[in-house]
Design a protein around this ligand. Structure first.
Ligand code: MLT
Ligand code: MN
Ligand code: ZN
Length: 298
């Protein structure tokens, strides 16, 4: 048994390029000058044969096609045994609809995230008689594929954009936004693609980990505002930024995490340009910027 991860999609919701975006990065990606990236998802395995997908992105069909270990092994046999959801955002759940072809697998999520799916009749296309909906209790590890357990824990975040009311709490800690502690034997890995702030609890939890995949949505909090694309800051979207005194690079500086990998990059993030100053800065601080197809093994 060996922990194995494959980045299916390194970008945040929208992907790179995003269909309606003419920002510098999206234009460069369309021109083939920087690599395109699909939307947020990671596949993990302990035996190399059975795989769990962490978050089902709208790009999952192409992601599976581009990933030989996930290809069918017989007429209706697939290595994809389960999908685990860390929130109810569209970029993390819409891919379930592409997995609707009467194929058995298990969807692992908290009760509140299952409620979001159950409240939306379109998800009944993923036939619950065939696709098991397993409710995961915070703090209780479950085996999501043979030899690999996942324990969910709350991280600061918010409800999905499409469920936002008049006022929005962006540092909610409960079942709506979770991080995942993955274990294969003694190997300990964290997957946290959305996180609004580094709390003392979270810092203590991940300190000393062998590998952390972490929210890399924005380089700076007002990046989308500055680019003239949105009035929303990263904090308003429930994401802490990479740079700055309260950013993730600073927050991880004393945590002794052996391998740090940014995932879920928004298409405006300058680290998506391999030669940018910001990319060099992140790498100098010991971070890897994920990209589609990248593998990490322990
Ligand atoms: C996010 O990560 O902030 C969301 O995926 C945004 C969205 O739903 O478009
Ligand atoms: Mn997202
Ligand atoms: Zn863009």
């Amino acid at each position: 048994m060996q922990f194995r991860a494959r980045i299916l999609g390194a970008a945040a919701g929208g992907g790179l390029p995003q269909w309606n975006c003419g920002c510098e990065n999206c234009d460069l990606a369309r021109a083939g000058k920087i690599p395109s990236q699909t939307q947020s998802s990671v596949a993990v395995s302990a035996n190399g044969t059975d795989w769990a997908v962490l978050n089902a992105s709208p790009d999952i069909r192409l992601q599976i096609a581009a990933t030989p270990p996930l290809h069918p092994t017989d007429l209706r046999e697939t290595p994809l045994k389960s999908v685990l959801l860390t929130n109810g955002d569209i970029d993390h759940v819409a891919g379930l609809l592409s997995l609707r072809e009467q194929q058995p697998f298990t969807v692992f999520a908290t009760g509140e995230i299952h409620d979001v799916l159950n409240d939306n009749p379109i998800f009944s296309a993923v036939n619950p008689d065939i696709v098991d909906r397993a409710t995961v209790t915070l703090g209780a590890p479950v085996e999501i594929v043979p030899g690999l357990t996942a324990e969910l824990f709350p991280v600061p975040g918010k409800v999905p954009l499409y469920l936002e009311g008049e006022t929005v709490q962006t540092d909610l800690e409960g079942e709506q936004t979770v991080g995942v502690h993955l274990r294969v034997g003694d190997a300990s890995v964290y997957y946290i693609p959305g996180c609004a702030a580094m709390t003392d609890d979270l810092a203590a939890r991940i300190a000393g980990a062998a590998l952390v995949f972490f929210d890399g949505t924005l380089w700076r909090d007002d990046e989308m505002v500055q680019a003239g694309l949105s009035h929303k800051t990263g904090k308003r979207m429930g994401h802490m930024s990479m740079s700055g005194a309260d950013g993730s690079i600073a927050a991880f500086a004393g945590l002794d995490v052996a391998q740090k990998v940014f995932v879920h990059m928004n298409n405006t993030n300058p680290v998506l340009r391999p030669t940018s100053d910001e990319r060099q800065q992140a790498e100098a601080a010991g971070w890897v910027i994920a990209q589609d197809g990248m593998e990490v093994t322990l």
